[in-house]
Design a protein around this ligand. Sequence first.
Ligand code: ZN
Length: 502
Amino acid sequence: MAQDTLQALKDRLAEIDNLRRVAAVLEWDQSTYMPAGGAAQRGAQLAAVIGAAHRLFVDEETKRLLDAAVDTATEIDAALVRVARRDYEKETRLPASFIAEEALAFARGYETWVAARANDDFAAFAPALEANVALARRRADYLGYESDPYDALLDLYDQGMTTARLDVIFSELRDGMKPLIKAIAAGADAIDASVLHRSYDESTQLDLSKKMARSLGYDFNRGRLDLTIHPFETSFGVDDVRITTRVSSDFLQMALMGTIHETGHALYEQNIDPEFAGSPLAFGASYGLHESQSRLWENVVGRSKGFWTWADPLVRAAFPEQLADVSPEVLYRAFNKVAPSLIRVEADEATYNLHIMLRYELERDLLNGRLAVRDLPGVWKAKMQESLGVTPPTDAEGVLQDVHWAAGMFGSFPSYTLGNVLSVQLYDAALRAHPDLPREFERGKFSTLLDWLRANVYRYGHMYEPDDLVTKATGHPIETSPYLRYLQTKFGALYGLDTTAS
Ligand code: ZN
């Protein structure tokens, strides 16, 4: 009897999952091949599919099945019911009228933001942003929190993370990174990255990107790479995980590193236990953990000395003329140049987290009413100067640069930094188990690392809470010391710094 109930619950969740994956296919098409004229129809189609999934999920029958599925025989079934129940509670706390109100406001917010950014006109965006802040506040109130409304939003992306924990993580990072970034800035000329800005044929870059993705372990029989404006990874299920990239003929880094980043996300999705298919367990454990995998493959592997020992001849064979006067050492160093920049998505490994901390502080203050939207541009500029030593000349290159607030994604920025921190913590654990990894990379062998990540992280999907999964894999919940040590060692060597004192 109980088994029948559990099966009925699984069938229902699988149907909901199918509808959501259909929406993902439509969204992927919208961002890759759909002609511009299809936008309005596609919006209606997406709303229909997502609405159907939502109605099925919040239906009384789902609750009845969840309540009845109490004695689950296996750990996997118990996890499935736990995750489904939490999703159900989150989704039913938000009234349907509120969801509709949000959807309208975010669509309007996005439209207004695109125009405001193009015209460098923050005032034109301010009313939409004020509306989105008010909605985020109401969303937090509906979801519930103990002390800080931001906690309710944070929990949507990284369960178990709180502002209290984040404040500790961020202050450790700030203290650890400040002297390093200062020392690098003093010797900024040590790396010349101009080689990346020569002329590189775009289709050759795409071929190289595919070769790298395949070598890292991305399975093209269960995925494909296409072009888009804002690259992303999306999963239609473990057997069809798509990645996208963009190419610039005068910036070699964009396609190669962007593709490896999305490959990291895809390796996670392609290696989830196939048994989880159609269930709420067939996802990554959290946004932070998902980002840890894009960062691990992009930065810890893709910007490492070992990787470039292998990749240099490949890139050189593809672009013999452009690289004729450039040594492998110069090319490797170019991919690792550190320079404080205005734009988050162009930031290097060392300064990236400063961009996130700034956004975290601002959006938390907005939410708590400590900061008014009209004061945002000025505060943004002052904080950029204070933390990165650069002041954006325009709002388009400052407060208007990211889509997140226009699309109502308050609380999601910290995932990027959690990802950076976890990328090294997980890699270090793999390295303890397999000390020869860097030598394997030199030979183009990445399967030992992939196997370790599959066995310790990927296969579990959403089965464990983020903290439990990280502790299981590394022996500790999230900690900043491996990441800070990594930055100091790597950039200390690249910039010839004496980092023994810190
Ligand atoms: Zn990512």
